[in-house]
Design a protein around this ligand. Structure first.
Ligand code: GDP
Length: 331
């Protein structure tokens, strides 16, 4: 039987790399769209890219920018994927205030362009849009679920709200298998180093290795609902295996503070966090939405989605991975 074909935008990111592995393990042929401009960051895909059994046999990368629909259309038509995972986009909330037009171009209109291309295909693929809890802004209800009012308060959230609603409209008006994964924070050893979990796990590992003395952070009372990126891509895949398309909140339903994060990360390396952490106002946010907490009940009941690790295990595996990375660099 011919392999099932999947296409991924944002394949070089944290989620894209885990999703590629997830699909390859299940026998898929995986096609990634990568940006033509900028140096391609492929470190998260390196192990697959450098494997001659995988690259150009089961995994293929194509150059296509999100603002270049002609190229995307050509690739989609040629490859004819059965599943399309749209994970790409400028996702930095703060940055979206500085560059709102390009954020909306790629995140909002870029998504719509892809949906138009997919709608035109003779056999439109199933489509997953990686949406974000940013569509809820500063919600007045907690936890949030699929029925929580959309009320974004950042250009990024607004662009995501547009793309989320369009995904729904295409599902309802054109009868397409289009779904939104409304994702809360999800972390892993592949998380970017400026996100707080990775900043802390890397700092704990470096301090333990004697490479650094301390780390500067913002608000230590800030809380987040942090899950594991590997579990999230499993849910995304499950969403496209259902008999009916739908939207799902992907979250853990449990909130933790930066202090708890510090406690776990530094205990893992037998250090006391308060001897190594400085508070720096530059890292504080003007209005942090503390009550961001997702209700994953729908995903748990409909997809039978189970998370493989809890928060403590997640942070510990991230610290362990950063320790290993530092040791590898030494040799
Ligand atoms: P976000 O939820 O997408 O903004 O993910 P981040 O990992 O960037 O931030 C999560 C939370 O950590 C926010 O509430 C921040 O205010 C808080 N935080 C506290 N100190 C820091 C820091 O030094 N860097 C970052 N990125 N966040 C911090």
């Amino acid at each position: 039987m011919a392999a099932k074909i999947a296409m991924i935008t944002g394949i070089t990111g944290q989620d894209g790399s885990y999703l590629s592995e997830h699909l390859l393990e299940r026998g898929y042929e995986v096609h990634g769209l990568v940006r033509r401009s900028s140096t391609i960051e492929r470190s998260r895909l390196k192990h697959l890219y450098n494997d001659p059994e995988v690259y150009s046999r089961k995994l293929f990368l194509h150059y296509a920018d999100l603002d270049d629909p002609t190229t995307i259309r050509r690739i989609v038509t040629r490859v004819a994927p059965a599943e399309f995972y749209h994970l790409a986009g400028q996702s930095h909330v703060g940055l979206s205030f500085e560059i709102p037009e390009s954020t909306c171009d790629t995140t909002a209109i870029g998504t719509l362009r892809i949906m138009e291309i997919l709608r035109d295909q003779p056999d439109p693929p199933r489509f997953l849009h990686a949406s974000s809890r940013e569509i809820f802004g500063t919600p007045s209800v907690s936890p949030q679920d699929e029925n929580t009012p959309v009320n974004p308060n950042s250009p990024y959230g607004c662009a995501k709200a547009f793309a989320t609603q369009m995904t729904k409209i295409y599902r309802e008006s054109h009868g397409l298998f289009f779904c939104n994964a409304i994702c809360y924070n999800h972390e892993s050893p592949r998380r970017g180093e400026n996100f707080v979990t990775r900043k802390v796990t890397l700092a704990a590992a470096r301090i333990a290795a004697g490479q650094q003395e301390s780390v500067s952070l913002g608000d230590l009372d800030a809380c987040r609902d942090w899950g594991y990126a590997k579990d999230f891509v499993n849910a995304m895949w499950l969403m496209l295996q259902q008999s009916q398309p739908d939207d799902y909140v992907l979250a853990t339903g449990v909130s933790h503070s930066i202090r708890e994060l510090l406690e776990i990360a530094f205990s893992r390396v037998s250090l006391r966090w308060n001897e190594h952490v400085n508070v720096d106002d530059r890292f504080k946010r003007p209005a942090d939405p503390y009550q961001l907490l997702g209700d994953p009940s729908h995903a748990e009941s409909q997809l039978e989605w189970k998370r493989s690790v809890d928060f403590q295990q997640l942070i510990e595996l991230m610290v362990d991975s950063d320790i290993e990375r530092i040791q590898r660099q030494k040799h």
